[in-house]
Design a protein around this ligand. Structure first.
Ligand code: ADP
Ligand code: MG
Length: 365
């Protein structure tokens, strides 16, 4: 099911007299392709949950439209939208078994959707098998691990055969290892069922790893959409560049002068055709090449060896942060002599941004 959001906006009235109203979601327009997994990504408070609740029908938009396929569902109640919802806290009924939890939404089906007892049990086993919890049907939630509980919640959401699956930070309560495992599990379930899925998270790595497309939000406003790798390789602005990537991008204050990018006293890249101006400069950690003829001079603080790669932590006068981090292939570390590191910067790993608007300035266009 394709989901189309058209100028979706949600304004919450001010709670205290001094405060102004909150525009939680501002003019969100996006087409979620049928059968894909979309990662809705951004820092806490940027409007991710509010967007999801509007898509589910739990919250009414202040303005804008929502379409499921060609149907305008903006005014439709959540029960009639054929959605499955999963939240961060699994929200299972603690006194019910896994089986009873999964059966629960099926017992309320009415009209032509109504199922017989046998059909319900068959359906419960079917979805339990998809999330691989069918051997725990008689257990209570407290007798399951966090990851297993979250899988029960997903099974319960799948039981009604939703056309759209909405997941709000579903992995946040799990420990690191389970989080990794469960996110792969979600990807598998999504691919297997082909249900259009919106996955909300503040964790860029999580979103990047499982999404067909990501939507990056800040303060209620969409910053950029696209395939994870495309957004990483081509950030539209400084916020997106900083939000994606571990370790994060290194940010510098510098300038463009005479068609060159200059940080402090170092000329680090070409910027032919760009007018002279002050800029923010971002260099991805993997964009540094150790090179005795390199033009970027950094003062080495320490070297961290991490198997295949080596991380050089160094200082540069133009850096916004106290240190900069570069990732170098371990084979090249012998080139590092003494406490000064000379780098050449890979062309596709350096970005410049307008000093005021923080929008990307494209080089060579
Ligand atoms: P996220 O899920 O990205 O953390 P939310 O969608 O929950 O963000 O919130 C977006 C903004 O809207 C925040 O500033 C939040 O405080 C505000 N907000 C959310 N729900 C309400 C509400 N019911 N009343 C007033 N403000 C709200
Ligand atoms: Mg939220």
């Amino acid at each position: 099911m394709k989901v189309t959001l058209e100028n979706l906006t949600k304004i919450f009235p001010n709670k205290n007299k001094s405060g102004s109203e909150v525009i939680a979601v501002n003019d969100f327009t996006y087409e979620i392709p049928s059968g894909k997994l979309i990662g809705l990504l951004g820092p806490s408070g940027c409007g991710k949950s509010t967007s999801l609740y509007m898509i589910s029908g739990l919250q009414k938009p202040s303005s804008g439209k929502i379409y499921f396929g060609d149907n305008d569902v903006t005014e439709l109640s959540p029960e009639h939208r054929k959605i499955g919802l999963v939240f961060q806290n699994y929200a299972l009924y603690p006194h019910m078994t896994v089986m009873q939890n999964i059966l629960f939404p099926l017992q309320n089906l009415k009209g032509e959707d109504k199922l017989t007892k046998d059909q319900m049990i068959e359906r419960a086993y079917e979805v339990a098998k998809i999330v691989q919890i069918d051997e725990f049907m008689d257990r209570k939630p407290s007798e399951l691990s966090g990851g297993q509980q979250q899988r029960v919640a997903i099974a319960r959401a799948l039981a009604k055969y939703p056309e759209v699956l909405l997941l709000d930070e579903p992995l946040s309560n799990l420990d690191a290892r389970l989080r990794l495992q469960t996110r792969e599990e979600i990807k598998r379930i999504q691919t297997q069922t082909g249900i259009t899925t919106i996955f909300v998270t503040h964790d860029q790595e999580e979103a990047m790893s499982i999404s067909d497309e990501i939507v990056v939000m800040k303060l209620g406003v969409i910053q950029q959409t696209g395939k994870p790798q495309e957004v990483y390789d081509n950030p539209a602005n400084l916020f997106v560049a900083k939000f994606l990537g571990t370790p994060p991008i290194n940010v510098f204050e510098g300038k463009v002068e005479g068609g060159k990018v200059i940080i402090g006293s170092d000329t680090v890249a070409d910027a032919a055709g760009v007018a002279d101006q002050e800029v923010w400069i971002g260099i991805r950690p993997e964009g540094f090449i150790l090179d005795s003829k390199g033009t970027m001079n950094c003062e080495v603080q320490n070297v961290e060896v991490m198997g295949r790669d080596v991380s050089i932590v160094s200082k540069h006068e133009g850096s916004v942060n106290p240190t900069i981090r570069s990732i170098i292939d371990a084979d090249f570390i012998s080139k590092l002599k003494g406490t000064e590191a000379k780098f050449t910067i890979k062309k596709n790993k350096i970005f410049i941004f307008n000093k005021e608007t923080e929008e990307r300035i494209r080089i060579g266009e």
